[in-house]
Structures are given as structure tokens and as C-alpha cells.
Design a protein. Structure first.
Length: 388
């Protein structure tokens, strides 16, 4: 849902809710240029980048409101999402005919699609709540391996009420799983279907010769500051956890994009280094380190799944043979610095106590969209030149 489409909060500072019973369709969460006059099939025949935002959704399905912790405010709700990514990528999709964007309409608290889906969600959530109880309210807790649904934010603010019994926890899990199929499930199936169709379309284009490329881009943001109890987002993260000045591009590799030991990468390392240079050009960065590789994050489930799919289709350089032609495949995670995407005015507002969220700077959003398009056009130009 876009910001303008979201229902208003019931009261100032209260969480924003999706109306009861809302089921999203693929058409509501898929965006591409000239959508009114151009079909999805036409877009897939031309597109070379599939962008997905697994954490852009922020409004909570009303069916789950009873499970929210009373401390959960509008600001914490948006801070726990990648609030700034959706507007940027939707604006990018309006100006670039070679991308297709699929947006998760549900918040990550429902179930994080950038984590591997557990075989037993209830058992995982039970363990997460056990760790939260042991740590105590507001205290730091390690949820490694059990954070598909987090009871607390990354600043350890309460997200979900702690169930008093197994019966309550089981009821919560049933509600979460049922509601997820109305939005999150639609997102995952739509994303995967378009990915397969784009690869097939590219292979068809080059079967009589030539080269093409298809990249899946998992688009995120993270703030270099965390939240205090009064809502001010102004506690600087430890140096090892800070994003670079613009973006970190990740392929599960090292700081040069190469393999780390036996860990499988999701995009050829040399190609990722080129893509980083293209972002330095496209975003007019002054310092090369403002675009980093695999730091502080390596990339998570979305690129892991795409990378595995692509490795099964390709050779060691992620090249898919098609007749007398070939298709270069790759999956990359882009983790943008949220302060950069927000702009200085909104960032300054968030650094003050409060329960609300600053208004979008639409002019800056449009500029960011142009930077995204410019970066990928640089990459397309480089790729085309390799045929010479």
C-alpha cells in the first residue's frame, strides 16, 4: 500500500492498520512503467531487473491488532519497516521500463520473508518468546535463528504481547499464518512467478544469438541509529553495525564480492564490483567507501533463494546458455542508509522524541529514483559493451 492509500491511525501515535479481511491481488503489489497501457507480459519481455522490497509494508492487518504490545507506536511501527524503500522504488518503476517492482504489503512482524521459513513456526515463536521472557522487558535479547517473527524490535522494544499460555500462543500462530496468505503469501508467489518469467523471456530473446542479463534486487534500508524509549531515533550503532554513506551491495561474499570459504555467492564477484562502481557514478558519491560490498550485511533469504535457483540454471559465472545466446543471472541485496533515503529534515525530526513519522520529501524521492535508474543504466551500458 502506498502512504496515501493507508488508513489513518485510530489516534495520534497509534499503529496504522489494514482493514479487516483485506486480501491483496498481484496487480495491487506489482509496479512497472506505463502500467495503464502496457501489460505485465510486455514489461517482463523487456525488463532485466526484478526489484522486491520484503520489508516495505508497515500497516498491520487489523486481525492482528489484539496481539500488538501496548508500547507499539506509529513511529516504532514505521521504524521496524523499511518505510522509505517503497516510495523510492515505485517512483523508479515509473521512469524505468526495464524494472518490475513487487512490494510486500504486509509488515515484517507478520513473518519476515527475508528469513528462511521454518518448518514449525509455532515452535520457533515459542523459543523466541522464551528468550524474551528470560531477558526481561526492554532488555537486549539474542534471537538468532528464531527471528522469523520477532516479539521485539531490533532496539528491543516490545512488538507483541507475550502469551500467557500455549493455547494463546497457538491462537496467535494460527492468526498470523491465516492472515499472511492474504498479502505476504501473494507477495512471495508473485515475486517468484515474475522471476521465472523474466528469466524465460530473456532466454527466448537470445536463443538465436546475443546476450542478456536478469538480476533480482532485494531492496532494503537500515538506520545507523536506534530508538530510545521516548521514540527518539538517535542512538548511534556500534561501528561494525553501521551502513556506508549510501548503500551496501551484498552477494554473500567478502568485501570484494568474492567467496568466503565454502559460502555460496549469489552474483559473480567481478560483476558485483562493476555494479558498485555503477552506483558510485549513478548516485554521484564523493567517497568510494559510501558504496560498500557485504558490509555490514551479507544479504539474506531473498538473494539466497534466488542465488540457489540461478546456480542450478547456470555455470560457475552465473551464465545461462540459451541456444546460441546466453543470459547473465545474479541476485544482489541493496541495503541503503535510511538517513540518506530520508534526507536531513526528516532525519532530524526522527532524532527528537515522538510517536509520529515525518512526511515524505517527494522531491528527494524523485531524485533517488533517478539515481537508481542512472546506476542500473550504467550497469546496462557496461554489460552491453562486453559483447564487443
Amino acid at each position: 500500500m502506498s502512504q496515501s492509500e493507508q488508513p489513518a491511525s485510530a489516534a495520534p501515535g497509534a499503529p496504522v492498520l489494514i482493514p479487516l479481511g483485506k486480501t491483496f491481488t498481484p496487480g495491487e503489489i506489482t509496479f512497472f512503467k506505463d502500467q495503464g497501457t502496457r501489460t505485465l507480459e510486455q514489461a517482463m519481455a523487456e525488463a532485466d531487473v526484478l526489484v522486491s522490497c520484503p520489508h516495505s509494508g508497515d500497516a498491520v492487518p487489523a486481525e492482528l491488532a489484539e496481539f500488538l504490545a501496548p508500547e507499539f507506536t506509529h513511529r516504532l511501527q514505521f521504524d521496524y519497516s523499511d518505510r522509505t524503500t517503497g516510495p523510492v522504488v515505485r517512483a523508479w518503476a515509473q521512469i524505468d521500463p526495464r524494472i518490475i517492482y513487487v512490494q510486500n504489503p504486509h509488515p515484517r512482524l507478520l513473518r519476515d520473508p527475508n528469513r528462511a521459513r521454518p518448518a514449525d513456526l509455532g515452535a520457533q515463536l515459542r523459543e523466541a518468546f522464551a528468550r524474551v521472557r528470560a531477558a526481561g522487558t526492554w532488555n537486549k535479547v539474542d534471537l538468532t535463528g528464531v527471528d522469523t517473527i520477532r516479539p521485539v524490535t531490533f532496539s528491543f522494544f516490545p512488538l507483541l504481547r507475550v502469551p500467557d499460555s500455549d493455547a494463546e500462543l497457538n491462537a496467535m500462530v494460527r492468526a498470523f499464518e491465516s492472515v499472511a496468505e492474504r498479502g505476504l503469501g501473494v507477495y512471495e508467489s508473485t515475486r517468484n512467478s515474475i522471476r521465472a518469467s523474466m528469466v524465460a523471456a530473456a532466454a527466448e530473446r537470445v536463443k538465436n544469438g546475443g546476450r542478456a542479463q536478469v538480476t533480482t534486487l532485494s531492496f532494503h534500508d537500515t538506520m545507523n541509529h536506534t530508538t530510545t524509549r521516548d521514540g527518539a531515533v538517535n542512538v548511534l550503532r556500534a561501528p561494525a553495525d553501521r551502513l556506508p554513506g549510501v548503500v551496501a551491495l551484498s552477494n554473500r561474499g567478502d568485501a570484494q564480492g568474492n567467496k568466503r570459504g565454502d559460502e555460496a555467492i549469489t552474483m559473480d564477484g567481478a560483476v558485483l564490483r562493476v555494479l558498485a562502481d555503477c552506483h558510485r557514478t549513478g548516485f554521484d558519491v564523493d567517497l568510494p567507501q559510501d558504496v560498500a560490498l557485504n558490509s555490514p550485511y551479507l544479504g539474506s533469504q531473498e538473494i539466497i533463494a534466488s542465488g540457489e535457483r540461478f546456480r542450478n540454471l547456470t555455470d560457475s559465472t552465473f551464465t545461462l546458455a540459451s541456444g546460441s545466446g546466453s543470459v547473465q543471472l545474479g541476485a544482489v541485496q541493496a541495503e541503503f542508509l535510511r538517513e540518506y533515503l530520508l534526507g536531513p529534515v526528516a532525519t532530524a525530526e526522527l532524532q527528537q522524541p515522538g510517536t509520529g513519522w515525518p512526511a515524505e520529501d517527494t522531491a528527494w524521492t524523485a531524485t533517488l529514483a533517478r539515481h537508481c535508474k542512472a546506476s542500473w543504466n550504467e550497469y546496462r551500458g557496461w554489460f552491453a559493451a562486453q559483447e564487443v
